[in-house]
Design a protein around this ligand. Structure first.
Ligand code: NAG
Length: 517
């Protein structure tokens, strides 16, 4: 560990290490020998958390580390008499979308709950909490009444018509809400899940804040459950961007289980058990886990409850949850008899062309968490192809992270700013236009397209820690700003990676820096 640290800190040695890596990569395809490629997971972790600072909307704090960004969207909500300043821009646009933003915070929080020690060991615990709080502070503002949640700021169509830095946006900042007459159970329940998970994160360090989050979470869950309705029916403008395909039943189960974890109140567990059948919790077997479809997450949380003594009485129902959780995990591992997740020739999980990496990082997280669970209870994963040891489950998760960081046919790191080669032309308004700090002259809506979007060269600002949409089914990647399916990054892509990187870095410390497989 110490030796390796010195090597890494020495820039010449660093280059040597990287070159060795490249040479190894070159030979891997020729020689099927075991390889000892090592990645600096600690560095990747630090960078992944920096990404959330680049996506910040609102008034930036004095300790903002990403200095090419500046204050923006300081009047969000003003026209409608509500303070909606803050939160995160979703992706390469300047939109604030409540549902994926909440999912981002739920997953970041889960990562901290699971890998808090490893984050602290890496010196990143505080940054992770800041990334969560930037989201939850915003949700507190957006939840203006027990049954009112503001769930979007900005108009997707006008925003996408323009190529502007957030600092000089001229597009509509119309805000949209859900309420009793216009319900939105997905977004209410996901925000409840996010705030419940975050309340657990802050329990030790900020008790008052933790209580506040929990109160919002309980209210939001009640609102989402009592006034049921698809959020994209109430906020129709979201349909072109974050239409809910799976409906809200998965989010209601998900929120209930997170509230159960946060409060230990039986009523929430009972909700998850009583509605398991009707809401698809124990009937849907799905190979995708995402901002839209949370069933696999629900099933995994439910099945991890089973081992605890106090849940023995619910064994029958939890067992059914577990069988669906196993379906998802085994599908990722290619060990179901029936249907499995596709893979690229290079070994990357493949769900679909547009922003495939979101499914990879989300799967990687669930596999890692479940492998910990299996290890803790000394169990294996039951798949059609036989029992899979926890080590094997985790090794596969690690293979996905290693692919992301550069162990792939393009020898490209899809985590921006990490490694020697990473995408340079991200589909990202702020990153592709000169920094506001360097060039304060106003850049207009179409001027941005005509001059900055059209540039052939690399983006002027590096969006450190962004995880881009990534390669296609043949492992091919085209680094082109217009190729948004591959070069755009979303907040939830990176959110699910944070905890896994912390775990890998923690192991590295224990195993003296080698990661052979
Ligand atoms: C899966 O397929 C194998 C080989 O055909 C068979 O031996 C096994 O029983 C099957 N498992 C299940 C659970 O269907």
């Amino acid at each position: 560990m110490e030796e390796r640290k010195h090597l890494i800190q020495n820039p010449v040695a660093k280059i040597l290490l990287c070159c060795q890596g490249l040479v190894l990569l070159h030979f891997i395809s020729l020689l099927p020998l075991s390889s000892c490629q090592s990645f600096n997971y600690g560095e990747a972790l630090s960078k992944s958390l920096l990404y959330f600072e680049s996506q910040r909307s609102g008034h930036l704090p004095y300790h903002q580390r990403i200095t090419w960004r500046h204050h923006s969207a300081l009047t969000d909500g003003l026209d409608q008499g509500v303070d909606l300043v803050g939160g995160y821009y979703d992706a390469g646009d300047n939109m604030k979308f409540g549902l994926p933003m909440a999912f981002t915070i739920t997953m970041l929080s889960w990562g901290v709950l699971q890998y808090g020690d490893q984050l602290a060991f890496a010196g990143e615990y505080h940054h992770a909490l800041e990334a969560i709080k930037w989201g939850t502070d915003y949700f507190i503002k957006a939840h203006t009444h027990p049954n009112v949640l503001w769930a979007q700021v900005g108009d997707g169509d006008s925003d996408h018509y323009c190529w502007q830095r957030p600092e000089d946006m001229t597009t509509s900042r119309q805000a949209y809400k859900v309420d009793e007459e216009n319900p939105g159970s997905e977004v209410a329940a996901e925000t409840a899940a996010a705030m419940a998970a975050a309340s657990m994160v802050f329990r030790k360090t900020n008790q008052r804040y933790s209580h506040l989050l929990l109160r919002h979470a309980e209210q939001l869950f009640e609102f989402g459950d009592k006034y049921r309705g698809k959020y994209d029916e109430s906020i129709e403008v979201v349909k072109g961007y974050y239409q809910s395909v799976s409906g809200y039943k998965d989010e209601l189960l998900w929120a209930a289980l997170w509230l159960y974890r946060a409060t230990d109140k039986e009523e929430y567990l009972n909700y998850g058990l009583e509605n398991a059948q009707d809401f698809g919790g124990i009937t849907w077997a799905i190979k995708e886990f995402s901002w839209d479809i949370k069933y696999a997450g629900v099933q995994i949380i439910a099945s991890m409850l089973m081992e605890e003594e106090k849940h023995k009485q619910h064994k029958h129902m939890l067992e059914q949850y577990r069988s669906k959780a196993e379906y998802y995990l085994c599908a990722c591992l290619n060990k179901n008899n029936g249907s499995n997740v596709e893979r690229t020739p290079g070994g990357l999980l493949y769900i679909r062309q547009w922003n495939n990496m979101q499914y990879v990082s989300a799967a990687t997280f669930l596999l890692t968490v479940y492998s910990d669970h299996l290890q803790a209870w000394n169990k294996g994963l039951r798949c059609d192809h036989g029992e899979v040891r926890s080590e094997e489950v985790f090794a596969f998760a690690k293979s996905q992270v290693d692919y992301i960081l550069g162990d792939n046919p393009m020898a490209m790191s899809y985590l921006v700013g990490y490694g020697l080669r990473y995408p340079q032309r991200l589909h990202h308004r702020g990153a592709s236009i000169a920094s506001y700090r360097k060039n304060k002259g106003f850049i207009g809506c179409t001027q941005g397209y005509d001059y900055w979007f059209a540039q052939k060269g690399p983006n002027p600002n590096v969006l450190i820690g962004a995880l881009v949409g990534g390669p296609d089914i043949k492992d091919e990647f085209r680094d082109d700003r217009a190729n948004y399916r591959q070069t755009e990054a979303c907040t939830y892509n990176t959110a699910t990676l944070v905890g896994v990187l912390a775990k890998l870095h923690g192991l590295e410390g224990r195993d003296h820096g080698t990661s052979c497989f």
